[in-house]
Structures are given as structure tokens and as C-alpha cells.
Ligand binder design. Structure first.
Ligand SMILES: [Fe+2]
Ligand SMILES: [Fe+2]
Length: 271
């Protein structure tokens, strides 16, 4: 059972106030000013991949509400967060429409089924910290690379939102671990699973791989492969994985600065 939040201390209320005051609106994106002559085919592929990634929001919110049925504060956050992810989904879709491209709604519909719970609630929150840090990093790098100004702007807006999301998931993960320190091993296992290869592994790619509806379309992994081949500087993946390890290091209080350190911390925790 999760303890009730202290009187007057709903974190989701602070998040709501912050978003209500600062968040951008879709109608302010100048879609009529898209410079079609600057659009490269890679941009379309990347944005279609982003749409597929963002469209997982519904599955994620559904999973969160199931898994955190005891936790009002986090559930309220999940709904607020979900609105922003729907906004990303539809903002990227709107940019595609502005350049005469269509989204495959059959593939989007295939993203609907809820996520299963993680091995622990802390592991679920940890997984989401990783996905937010990853898209934050990728959107920022792609924004710097893209020349079409409306897409550049949209990617930067979305990138900033993802950084905020990573912070909030970290907040809820820290709170959960404070109340359930026995879940720390599941957090370290999650970190190891996602950061021990030399490619970008994202939960959406991991959990939604192999759906028949996706055989013919871009997926989030198409976007990551194109990103690493075409956009990323050498050392970019290391930079991202190091950022993820640092975040988890401060979250758990363990030295997680390399894969070896992660394995050692896991051995300590499990031993
Ligand atoms: Fe997003
Ligand atoms: Fe996000």
C-alpha cells in the first residue's frame, strides 16, 4: 500500500500549476509557414517514427492507472503527462499533414493495448525516466540538425517537455524507493537492460516489437537507427547513456558510472 501524500503536498498539483502557466499550445505552431523546399525525406521518416513513439501515450496511461491504482498523486500526474504526450503526437502529425504526408492510423491503433506492469512499480518509473531522457536527447540533437524552421521549433519544444517529464518521473521514482527500498534491485536491472548495448533501446521498441500492423511502417526504432546513422556525432550514444547512468546514480545513491559499476551495485544489492 502506498501511504497517502501528506496534507497539502500533492506533487501533481505543483506540476499542473507549472504546466498550466508555462506550457506551449499547438495553435501557436506556425504550420502555415512550413518551408517545404527545406524538407528532406529523412525528416519525414524521423517525424513518422516520433509519431509512433508518442502514440504509445494511451497504452502508457492505461498501464499507469492500472499499476498505480493506490496512488492518486502519481495517477493525476500520469493524466497531466498524457495530455502533453498526446500534444506531441498530434503536433508531429500536424507537421506531416502540412508537408502533404499521412500517418498510418492502423499502425497508431495497434499501439493502443495497455502496457503490462513492470517487475515492480519502481522499475516502471525507472523505465519511463529512460524513455524521457532518450527522447529529450534525440529531439534536441535532431532539432539542431534540421533546417526546416517549424520542425526545428517543434522538436525543441518537445525536447524541453521530455526533460521536464524525466524530472517528474525521477521525483516519483525517488518517493517510491523511499517507501519501498526493496525495489532498488529492479531499478538497477532496468538500467542495465537499457544501457548495456551499443544501440538506443527504448521501451516502446522493446514492448511493441513484432506487431503485424507495424511491418510496413516506420517504428520508433527506424527513427533511432536513422538518428545514429545520419544525425548523431560519434560519442553521442555514450553521452546519452552516461546521462542516464548519472540520473540513476543520484536516484539510488550507488556508483553507476559504467556498466561494470552497475553490475557491481546489483551484486551488492542482491547479495
Ligand atoms: Fe513526447
Ligand atoms: Fe515525455
Amino acid at each position: 500500500m502506498t501511504a497517502a501524500p501528506d496534507m497539502g503536498r500533492m506533487h501533481s498539483l505543483e506540476v499542473f500549476r507549472h504546466y498550466d502557466k508555462n506550457h506551449w499550445r499547438l495553435f501557436t505552431l506556425p504550420l502555415a509557414e512550413v518551408e517545404r523546399a527545406l524538407v528532406k525525406p529523412e525528416y519525414v521518416t524521423l517525424v513518422k517514427s516520433a509519431v509512433m513513439g508518442e502514440s504509445n501515450v494511451i497504452a502508457a496511461v492505461h498501464g499507469f492507472l492500472n499499476e498505480f491504482a493506490e496512488d492518486y498523486d502519481f495517477s493525476a500526474f500520469a493524466v497531466i503527462w498524457g495530455y502533453q504526450e498526446v500534444q506531441h503526437h498530434y503536433a508531429f502529425t500536424s507537421w506531416l499533414q502540412a508537408v502533404g504526408e499521412e500517418v498510418d492510423n492502423r499502425a497508431v491503433a495497434a499501439m493502443r493495448a495497455p502496457y503490462d506492469p513492470g517487475s515492480t512499480p519502481s522499475a516502471t518509473l525507472a523505465t519511463n525516466i529512460i524513455s524521457e531522457l532518450t527522447v529529450n536527447h534525440v529531439y534536441r540533437a535532431v532539432s539542431a540538425w534540421v533546417e526546416e524552421p517549424v520542425l526545428k521549433d517543434l522538436l525543441l519544444r518537445a525536447s524541453r517537455d521530455e526533460a521536464g517529464h524525466a524530472r517528474e518521473f525521477r521525483h516519483f521514482a525517488a518517493k517510491r524507493l523511499e517507501e519501498h527500498p526493496e525495489e532498488v534491485a529492479s531499478v538497477l536491472e532496468t538500467l542495465y537492460f537499457y544501457t548495456s548495448d551499443d544501440k538506443i533501446k527504448h521501451p516502446v521498441g522493446v514492448f511493441k516489437a513484432g506487431l503485424d500492423e507495424l511491418a510496413e511502417t516506420e517504428t520508433i526504432d527506424t527513427g533511432f537507427e536513422l538518428f545514429l546513422d545520419t544525425v548523431a556525432d560519434s560519442g553521442e550514444l555514450d553521452e546519452l547513456q552516461n546521462k542516464i547512468r548519472r540520473t540513476f546514480g543520484s536516484l539510488t545513491g550507488h556508483d553507476l558510472s559504467s556498466n561494470r559499476a552497475v553490475r557491481r551495485a546489483l551484486a551488492t544489492v542482491l547479495g
